[in-house]
Ligand binder design. Structure first.
Ligand SMILES: [Zn+2]
Length: 272
């Protein structure tokens, strides 16, 4: 208990200063900063030491990619996207809540399958973020994961070669870091290879699942004024018309569902 409180205090200081910096750099909204501090502190208090580093990889690399895009003036945001790169509370929660619960189960049971599920889900979130951020730089229009027809840049359910390559690298980065950290905590003895392979493969699947849900159930609207397709419920101060998917299935909901499915997929593969 004393150790838990001690780690919680370190967590508050560490995630507090990083989240505050992210807030100052306009990477997080105020509510996003508060959610990050809460989640970050609990992760540091509950998890093995590298759990927070893996979460840092997800948010850190996403921030670096958007900074680089800004620096090279490649940050022409797609018209269609519901939100910008500034992460608010819902996005932080939607991306990491299922992983967070897997880590909570690990803290209580000490069963490694939950730790692997946590890493798998983070690998999926990283793969998906990298795929959409880098994929938008693709010169060719992306194609629908279902019909392979060309779609608008940034449209949910669209995939590109560049984005897919980015998702594979992103997933590998998280899975390989976990594998390295795990071996470090056991005196550099190599862990079983499944501990690398399952998070890596589930991570890639996470990006595929996200695109699939994006192409099928995610809400897509059309503006009544400019006739453009959009993920926003209001465009040009007018309520938009739903043309595809379900109203409840916004981007945050799709991210949350994807996170949940990656946790279950990882548990299924490790138990198998
Ligand atoms: Zn409009």
């Amino acid at each position: 208990m004393v150790i838990f409180l001690y780690q919680l205090l370190i967590g508050l200081l560490l995630s507090g200063s990083i989240a505050f910096l992210a807030y100052l750099l306009n990477l997080l909204t105020l509510s996003g900063m508060i959610a990050s501090i809460l989640l970050g502190s609990l992760v540091i208090a509950m998890g093995p030491w590298y759990a927070i580093i893996l979460i840092g990889l997800l948010f850190g690399t996403s921030a670096i990619i958007s900074f680089l895009k800004q620096a090279f003036h490649k940050n022409e945001q797609s018209q269609i996207i519901e939100k910008g790169s500034q992460r608010d509370q819902q996005q932080v929660l939607a991306n990491t809540l299922p992983a967070f619960f897997a880590l909570l189960f690990y803290a209580v049971t000490k069963d490694i399958i939950f730790l692997i599920a946590f890493v798998s889900s983070l690998a999926g979130a990283t793969a998906d973020t990298w795929a959409s951020e880098v994929g938008m730089l693709s010169a060719k229009p992306p194609r629908s994961i279902l019909t392979l027809k060309p779609l608008l840049n940034g449209q949910s359910g669209a995939i590109s070669l560049l984005g897919t390559a980015a998702s594979i690298i992103g997933s590998f980065l998280v899975a390989a870091s976990f594998f390295l950290f795990l071996s470090m905590s056991h005196g550099f003895q190599l862990p079983p290879w499944e501990f690398l392979l399952i998070p890596f493969l589930v991570g890639i699947s996470g990006s595929v699942i996200d695109s699939f849900l994006g192409a099928t159930i995610q809400a897509l609207y059309r503006c009544v004024v400019c006739k453009q397709l959009t993920e926003k419920e209001v465009h040009h101060q007018q309520a938009t018309n739903l043309v595809k998917g379900y109203q409840w299935a916004n981007n945050d909901m799709i991210n949350f569902l994807t996170g949940l499915l990656t946790v279950f997929l990882s548990l299924f593969l490790t138990i198998l």
